[in-house]
Design a protein around this ligand. Structure first.
Ligand code: ADP
Ligand code: ASP
Ligand code: MG
Length: 438
C-alpha cells in the first residue's frame, strides 16, 4: 500500500487536479490511499472568515465563490458541498454572538471544512474519471487526538482505528488531511500544514510501503527557494535531518511528519506534482555514502532570546534544573541553549507562556528578553566530518557584518544554529548558502 499526500497547490485548479488523477491512476496496482489538503488558499479564507464573523461581519461569499468555481471547472455540481457550506453559514452567524473572541476549538471546527470539502470534490472527480474512490473524513474514521486544539497529536488508538476503517473503504480512499477528533468529540487540527503529518499517520496505520508527499517543489531544497532562488534539490535525507529541517522552519513538511514514519521505518518521498518525473527527495533511516555533508539551511522568524544571569547560583548544581523547570511549568519549548560562565541564553519561538516563565525565573536570577530575532540552522548529519565548517560559517556572516547573538553547535553536530537580528535573516541564509553550496 502507498500513501499519496497532495498539498493545497496540487489541488488548487483543474490543471493540477488532472495531473493528480493521472498520477493516482498510474499507481493503482500499489493500492494508493490519498491524503488531501484543502484547495490552495481555502484554509486562510476560512480562518479570515471566522475572525470577520466574530467581529460582526460574517461573509461566506469568498469561500462559496472559490469552491463553486473549482467544482464547476471540474464539471461537478456545486451542490456537492452544500451541506458543508450551510453548516459554515450557520457557524458564522453564531460567531456574531460570541464577541469574547474565538476559542481554538471554534477555529479548528471552521478550518476543518476546507479538507472536508476538498476530499468530496477529489473523490467525486476521480469517480467521474473512472477511478473508483470514496471520500473519508479522518475524524469519523477514528483519527483520535489529544485535545490540544490547533496543534493536536494522534492518540495510540488512532492507528488501529484508521487501519480498521480503511480496510472497509471501497476504491481509493481519499482522506482529509489536517483534522482529527478529541475524546470529548470536538474537532481538532494538527497545526498548519498538518496534512503531511496525517499522511505518515495513515502510512503507519496501514503499514504502507512508502509515503509520497506531492507538493510544488522538486523535493527538499538546500534552502527555502523564496530566499535562495537557485537552491537545489537534495536527493536523500535521514529521518533526523528531515525532522530538524522541518522543526527549524523549512515549510516543505510539517515538523511532526517524520515521527510516525520512523516508528515503522517507512520511506517518505517529497515529489513535485508539476514535474512528476523529477527525482525528488527520499527520507529514510539512512542515506547512501558519499552524499552531502551539509544538507540544507533552514530558518525561522519571531525568535525570543532569554538571557538568564545569576552571579550567586550559576556555578552550582541545580541552577540549570531550576531554569528548565520554569520553562516546563508553563509548557514553553526551548530551541537553542548557550551557556557561559556567567549566564544562560535560551531561544524560544512563541510568546505564549513566556511572561510567566520570566516571572518565575526572576525569583532567583536576572532576566532579559530580546525579541525580533531569527534562528538560522545549518543541518547535516555528516557535518562533523566537514573540517573547518564552523569557521566558514562565521567567516561568511562576519563578511556581511551580521551580528550573531547566540550560537549552538551540539555534541552530535547534526546542526549548527545561530541567532541573528530578524532583519538580517535572509542575508544570513543567502551568505551561508553561497559558501556551503558553491
Ligand atoms: P503544500 O501546499 O504542498 O503543502 P507548502 O507550501 O506547505 O506546500 O510547502 C512547499 C513550499 O515550502 C515550497 O513551495 C517552498 O516555498 C517552501 N520551502 C521552504 N523551505 C523549503 C526547502 N528547504 N525545500 C523545499 N521547499 C521549501
Ligand atoms: N489546509 C491546511 C493548511 O493550509 C493543512 C495543510 O494544508 O496541510 O495549513
Ligand atoms: Mg504544506
Amino acid at each position: 500500500m502507498l500513501v499519496m499526500k497532495f498539498g493545497g497547490t496540487s489541488l488548487g485548479d483543474r490543471e493540477h487536479i488532472d495531473t493528480v488523477v493521472s498520477l493516482v491512476r498510474g499507481r493503482l496496482p500499489r493500492r494508493p490511499i490519498l491524503v488531501c489538503s484543502a484547495h490552495g488558499g481555502v484554509t486562510d479564507l476560512l480562518l479570515d472568515g471566522a475572525h470577520a464573523a466574530a467581529a460582526g461581519k460574517p461573509d461566506l461569499q469568498p469561500i462559496v465563490a472559490r469552491e463553486t468555481a473549482l467544482l464547476e471547472a471540474l464539471g461537478l455540481k456545486p451542490s456537492l458541498v452544500e451541506p458543508e457550506l450551510d453548516c459554515l453559514e450557520q457557524m458564522f452567524q453564531g460567531l456574531k454572538l460570541l464577541p469574547a473572541g474565538l476559542a481554538p476549538q471554534v477555529l479548528d471546527q471552521v478550518a476543518a471544512f476546507g479538507e472536508r470539502m476538498s476530499v468530496k470534490a477529489i473523490a467525486a472527480y476521480l469517480k467521474k474519471r473512472r477511478v473508483p474512490a470514496t471520500a473519508v473524513q479522518a475524524d469519523e474514521a477514528g483519527l483520535v487526538t489529544d485535545a490540544r486544539h490547533g496543534r493536536a497529536r494522534p492518540l495510540p488508538a488512532a492507528y488501529r482505528n484508521l487501519a480498521k476503517h480503511l480496510r472497509g473503504v471501497k476504491g481509493v480512499p481519499v482522506v482529509t488531511g489536517f483534522i482529527g477528533r478529541a475524546m470529548d468529540g470536538s474537532v481538532t487540527t494538527l497545526g498548519r500544514s498538518g496534512s503531511d503529518f496525517t499522511a505518515t499517520i495513515v502510512g503507519r496505520a496501514v503499514g504502507a510501503e512508502e509515503v509520497e508527499i506531492w507538493t510544488d517543489v522538486s523535493g527538499v531544497l538546500t534552502a527555502d527557494p523564496r530566499i535562495v532562488p537557485d537552491a537545489r534539490p537534495v536527493k536523500a535525507l535521514t529521518y533526523a535531518e528531515a525532522s530538524e529541517l522541518a522543526y527549524y522552519g523549512a515549510k516543505v513538511i510539517h515538523p511532526s511528519t517524520i515521527q510516525p514514519a520512523v516508528e515503522k521505518g517507512i520511506p517518505v518521498r517529497i515529489l513535485n506534482t508539476m514535474q512528476p518525473d523529477a527525482e525528488g527527495t527520499v527520507i529514510g533511516p539512512s542515506r547512501p555514502r558519499g552524499g552531502l555533508k551539509v544538507t540544507s539551511i533552514a530558518s525561522k522568524s519571531g525568535i525570543f532570546l532569554v538571557n538568564i544571569t545569576s552571579g550567586r547560583m550559576l556555578g552550582q548544581s541545580g541552577f540549570m534544573a531550576k531554569v528548565f523547570d520554569a520553562f516546563r511549568a508553563h509548557d514553553v519549548i526551548v530551541d537553542l541553549i548557550a551557556t557561559s560562565e556567567v549566564s544562560v541564553t535560551v531561544s524560544v519561538d512563541k510568546p505564549d507562556g513566556l511572561d510567566q516563565v520570566v516571572q518565575d525565573l526572576r525569583e532567583f536570577s536576572k532576566v532579559q528578553v530580546a525579541k525580533d530575532n531569527a534562528l538560522v540552522a545549518v543541518i547535516g548529519e555528516r557535518m562533523r566530518r566537514a573540517s573547518g565548517l564552523a569557521g566558514r560559517v562565521f567567516d561568511a556572516v562576519g563578511r556581511e557584518r551580521i551580528p550573531v547573538r547566540a550560537i549552538s553547535y551540539g555534541a552530535t553536530k547534526t546542526n549548527l544554529q545561530i541567532v541573528v537580528p530578524e532583519k538580517r535573516r535572509a542575508d544570513t541564509v543567502k551568505a551561508l548558502h553561497a559558501v556551503l553550496f558553491p
